[in-house]
Design a protein around this ligand. Structure first.
Ligand code: ADP
Ligand code: ZN
Ligand code: ZN
Length: 803
């Protein structure tokens, strides 16, 4: 008897353990840990993951597995183990940990088919017979022929592949392929018979007879021979050629041109920095490096050459980039060096496209993955390096279950494979820099920009002063003069508007009334297109009122400076300036991001105006001025990281200027010019910022001096929310040592969302081995007591959002 332990696809406390199922005899030897299976669960049949095989079970009456969903494991033993770690450290359900590692398409309903691979050399005769001339056959057919085990061998040997055809529409992309079933000689003879006035048909036959591939795309034939569609059609009508649709990988970058690049000769600084990394690769040891280098100091070249060494050793590489920095420019640098060995995973891909990329990785058709956060789970089995660019970016932390941080997951995987992790940044997170100072990470420094370019000159402009002197415009006089100057010289400017935590709201000028959401304690955001106000937390929407509901004044209108408003203002002040605007509105369509950037790169615009998404990765030689319209909006977010985020963002933005021959200038407009994060960003002085911020963190008992865990409780009734939080605070307090600091219960910075009141308890601690268990008990207790979910308890270990 063989038994499989299965984690079922129900994310709930009651099902967060393995259930035993009997493996029917016909599938013994076939079903393995890491595969998905269909199992009966209550009245339903659901998906589950096999975690373990056993010879016996304590359960008396075992149900049987209905059928396997995979023939080869989709999670290898290392990833299964990583899921255990995720579950323990982030307190998530096991099933959530498995699912976060797999592309979403694998959750969808689909048909399974077997497909012959292009090269099926050595394939068993029996297999071929079952295909019977078809390219694809259904799983069910193979199963009823009793040939699943045989097919597994073929899949393993890569002669046949198992394909999941997702049932959602628009998933498959196909290409018209042309071929001939006749022998080469026969084709040549036929070509000779074709009358001279059908020259194109001759060319097509000649071209096809020269190919070794079974089929060639119609596009290729037409390009090579100059024949038209109708020429090909004539030949297929005659029965000489046949036509079929073939599924192709949807490569989102297929139309981009990748200029092949070669490794550059490293500068002395780069050579010194890369040496310990290369040593670690050569010796197959694990180490975490913090590559601290100002923008433009050549970090990417270090990544590229480290990866090259890893590939030479026959191993694989993962490169993580923040979603907004995953620009075509960035991707080009990796594709340019490693070509087709690179797969790209980012949120712009459709579900099907992501699945295609994942399959390429699983089948080992690529060696390098460049992607956002979840690419850290790329199913490589011989990892040689993991690189995290812009490691300070908060988007590396997932804000839903499992609430993992990609940095920690990367280090965990790399230690398994005994390989290095490189964390790169010009403004490392305080946590990472502190670890480097303590020697937990190895610090590598690049202090100079390439070609010793000076860092740009930074002017900090006090906008209060501007107002006092009668300038009511959103541009200070300094910024405006410099803008005019660049336009006259034909140089380019980047204007940056920080919108995070600062959206346009509707306010009454007479009484100061601000339109707020009736369900949440937050102001509504003004949307220009529809002239509506919207709540970003619950989706509530209403029209902008004509008169103020408080004082009946007519002077109620929207405030705040959106990019559209800046664009309008530019149109008035500098009517000849050509402006490219990049924000959520202008880049939501696929490919528009690339298009706008190209427009700017080709010099078709003078000013690039945008939000966060232009802060990173841009590297255009002609940018000589960077303007930050309002630097301090992020400083006022109730979060202990607000100074750090402000400093990082301003430093990043400033780094966009003067990266090449032309020197650059930066203008930072602010209402709090004396704030140290703005002052020090102006001087691009990370080291001093680090010192100062560390002092403040130490005084406030914040990371990196303490770890944090945040429990947020919400309920429709404010009393229930606060009293439950009170009980939780007491319970946790009784379970951990007196060295920990527990703050609570306090109302969350956003005290109500969607009519649910929110309270929190914040735990600051250094070492509390019993804390996770206590937190788990808390969630367990309250999910049992409030099965209807009227009360929700969320636990975030190492939170990045404190609201
Ligand atoms: P970072 O990643 O630190 O911002 P980059 O890797 O983008 O820096 O380097 C900045 C510029 O310098 C790029 O245009 C890059 O091609 C160039 N560069 C990097 N290393 C070298 C080198 N060793 N020799 C010449 N140019 C280099
Ligand atoms: Zn009013
Ligand atoms: Zn709301």
């Amino acid at each position: 008897m063989q038994v499989a332990s299965v984690i079922v696809d129900v994310a709930a406390m009651q099902t967060d353990r393995a259930f035993d199922y009997l493996i029917p005899e016909k599938w013994t030897g076939l079903i393995q840990p890491g595969m998905r299976v269909i199992v009966p669960f209550g009245p339903r049949q659901i998906q589950g993951f096999v975690t373990e095989l056993k010879q016996a079970s304590d359960v008396k009456k075992l149900k049987s597995i209905v059928e396997p969903m995979d023939l080869l494991p989709v999670l290898n033993p290392e990833l299964l183990e990583l899921a255990d770690w995720l579950t323990e450290t982030t307190l998530c359900f096991k099933i959530s940990a498995y699912q976060v590692m797999l592309p979403a398409a694998m959750k969808a309903k689909y048909d399974k088919v077997f497909r012959l691979r292009e090269s099926s050399e050595g394939i068993e005769q029996e297999t071929i017979q079952l295909f019977g001339g078809r390219k694809e056959i259904a799983w069910d057919e193979v199963e009823s022929a009793g040939m699943l085990t045989r097919f597994r061998q073929e899949v393993k040997a890569d002669r046949v592949e198992l394909v999941y055809q997702v049932k959602s529409k628009g998933n498959k992309k196909t290409m018209r392929m042309i071929g001939s079933r006749r022998a080469k000689k026969e084709l040549t003879a036929l070509a000779n018979e074709i009358p001279a006035n059908a020259q194109k048909q001759k060319l097509v036959l000649a071209y096809i007879s020269e190919q070794t591939k079974e089929t060639i795309s119609a596009k290729e034939i037409m390009e090579a021979t100059g024949a038209s569609n109708s020429t090909i059609k004539t030949l297929t009508d005659k029965g000489i050629l046949f036509e079929e649709q073939q599924e192709i990988y949807r490569d989102p970058y297929e139309h981009a041109n990748f200029r092949q690049t070669k490794p550059l000769d490293l500068t002395d600084q780069q050579a010194k920095a890369i040496e310990p990394i290369i040593n670690t690769i050569n010796k197959n040891t694990h180490d975490t490096f913090l590559l601290y280098g100002v923008t433009g100091s050549g970090k990417t070249e270090i990544y590229l050459q480290s990866i090259q060494r890893v590939l030479e050793k026959g191993k694989e590489a993962i490169v993580l980039v923040p979603e907004i920095a995953l620009t075509p420019q960035m991707v080009n640098r990796f594709k340019g060096r490693f070509g087709d060995d690179v797969a790209v995973l980012h949120s712009g891909l459709s579900v099907g496209e992501k699945y295609d990329e994942w399959r390429k990785i699983q089948r080992k058709e690529v060696k390098v993955v460049v992607g956002a956060r979840s690419a850290v789970f790329a199913p490589f089995e011989n990892l040689g390096i993991i690189i995290i660019d812009e490691e300070h970016e908060t988007s590396y932390k997932q804000e839903e279950n499992p609430r993992y941080h990609a940095r920690e997951a990367a280090i965990k995987r790399a230690s398994h494979y005994s390989c290095p992790v490189i964390l790169g940044s010009a403004t490392p997170s305080l946590e990472s820099f502190a670890r480097a100072q303590k020697g937990v990470y190895q610090l590598l420094t690049l202090s100079k920009r390439m070609n010793d370019q000076a860092l740009p000159d930074v002017n900090i402009i006090d906008m209060r002063e501007e107002l006092r002197e009668g300038n009511r415009s959103m541009f200070s006089r300094t910024l405006f003069e410099k803008l005019e100057d660049r336009i006259a010289k034909g140089e380019q400017t980047v204007l940056f508007l920080n919108r995070r935590g600062h959206s346009s709201f509707v306010m009454c000028r007479d009484c100061g009334y601000v339109a707020g959401c009736p369900n949440c304690d937050i102001s509504l955001t003004y949307h220009r297109h529809s002239h509506h106000m919207k709540c970003h937390y619950c989706g509530y929407e209403e029209r902008v009122p004509n008169i103020c509901p408080e004082c009946q004044s007519e002077h109620i209108r929207y405030f705040g400076t959106g990019t559209q408003k800046v664009e309008e203002e530019l149109g008035k002040l500098l009517p000849h300036a050509r402006v490219v605007r990049m924000d959520v509105d202008t880049t939501s369509r696929k490919g528009s991001h690339e298009k706008l950037l190209r427009q700017f790169e080709e010099g078709k615009a003078d000013i690039l105006l945008g939000t966060q998404m232009i802060a990173k990765g841009l590297d255009f030689p002609n940018i000589t001025l960077v303007g930050v319209l309002s630097a301090d909006t992020m400083l006022h977010i109730p979060d202990f990281r607000s100074s750090e985020k402000t400093f990082q963002l301003l430093t990043q933005v400033s780094g966009r200027a003067g990266r090449h021959e032309l020197s650059g200038e930066v203008v930072i407009q602010t209402y709090t010019p004396e704030h140290y994060s703005i002052q020090l960003a102006g001087k691009q002085n990370y080291d001093q910022f680090y010192e100062q911020e560390m002092m403040i963190r130490k005084m406030g008992n914040y990371p990196p001096f303490y770890y944090l865990a945040l429990v947020t409780v919400s309920h429709e009734d404010v009393m229930t929310a606060s009293s439950v939080t009170e009980k939780i605070t007491q319970f946790i307090g009784s379970r951990i040592s007196s060295q920990a600091i527990i703050l609570g219960p306090v109302a969350s910075p956003i005290p109500r969302i969607n009519n649910r009141y929110r309270y929190q308890c914040l735990i600051k601690y250094k070492r509390e081995p019993k804390l996770n268990e206590a937190l788990k008990k808390v969630t367990e207790h309250y999910t049992k007591q409030y099965k209807d979910k009227s009360l929700q308890v969320a636990v975030d270990v190492n939170p990045f959002i404190m609201m």
